[in-house]
Design a protein around this ligand. Sequence first.
Ligand SMILES: NC(=O)c1ccc[n+]([C@@H]2O[C@H](COP(=O)([O-])OP(=O)(O)OC[C@H]3O[C@@H](n4cnc5c(N)ncnc54)[C@H](OP(=O)(O)O)[C@@H]3O)[C@@H](O)[C@H]2O)c1
Length: 329
Amino acid sequence: MKAIVFTKYGSPDVLELKEVARPNPKDDEVLIRVHAASLNDWDWGALHGVPFVNRLIFGLLSPKKQILGSDIAGRIEAVGKNVLHFQPGDAVFGDLSGEWGGFAEYVCARENALALKPPSMTFEEAAAIPQAAMLALQGLRDTGRIQPGQKLLINGAGGGVGTFAIQIAKLYGAEVTGVDSPEKLDVLRSMGAEHVIDYTEQDFTRNGQRYDLILDVKTNRSILDCARALSPNGVYVTVGGSMPRLFQALLLSPWISMTTNKRVGIVSLKPNKDLAYLKELFEAGKMKPVIDGPYRLRDVPNAFRRFGEGRHKGKVVITLEQSGGRDDH
Ligand SMILES: NC(=O)c1ccc[n+]([C@@H]2O[C@H](COP(=O)([O-])OP(=O)(O)OC[C@H]3O[C@@H](n4cnc5c(N)ncnc54)[C@H](OP(=O)(O)O)[C@@H]3O)[C@@H](O)[C@H]2O)c1
């Protein structure tokens, strides 16, 4: 089968389209013919071997798992003998949650990483949803405890997590401000953000506004600056971003909650936990992925470059459909 392989850490230049052996499902796994996959920040980190924790997962000096791609959608080709809930022919999607291998024609997955794909959802839409929409939902609902009427700011709102977060926040009745680069502000408005901030022009921590909830996808600002932009009982939630800033959030959050009524929360992704709910939202027309692409399997290195340069809007999606895929990137 064809796959995008990396045998050493580095830039997207180390990614190669290669012919490799098709994987065989274990007893508790299914074999999936991949129709679409999407790129996450974690793929980017794993490709570069940074932060260091990626080397603990992938291999200290060189990657042992050589095919990236965690969010996938496709059709089940074969099932292991202990598989209970799926059969060949089922269309499925999910986050392989640490197993990887999605940028390939076939991948194996455990049952609990998958849900049935609704017929109204394309494979590309299905591949865009799992990790990013889950982070958005769990960040707003579980960590942020979002409430109707709250003033919410999303920092880094034009990428994968942010474009889902805007739509989910609107369902909760929040008033949304999205922060991103000028090229992405139209997307934020079209997703439902009432206010937008171009971060090249304005610093949201110093514009005099106060927010009840901040969802931070970039975590590139001092946690103390972010806390200052909160209303008296406000909550700051970081999804991820700069490691030094994340450590700062971890260290200072007890002090912030001791000395103020404000709270700092750090999202820890529970992969696939809410796939059924996200499916419901999609089928009810309440949430739709913003797709950048889709790009062909052979164009995965360019799709990574686009992601690394921050040129993408929403989710970067790869298609393995014969007729699909854009060449212009
Ligand atoms: N907590 C967990 O368990 C967990 C698990 C997996 C992933 N994560 C985290 O989830 C996040 C993934 O987010 P994503 O997929 O949405 O990434 P993304 O698609 O790259 O989106 C990030 C957005 O932020 C924008 N941005 C860049 N610099 C900015 C700045 N200075 N101010 C405001 N916005 C800025 C980018 O646009 P421009 O580049 O055009 O500016 C981009 O639109 C990462 O932080 C990752 O570490 C967390």
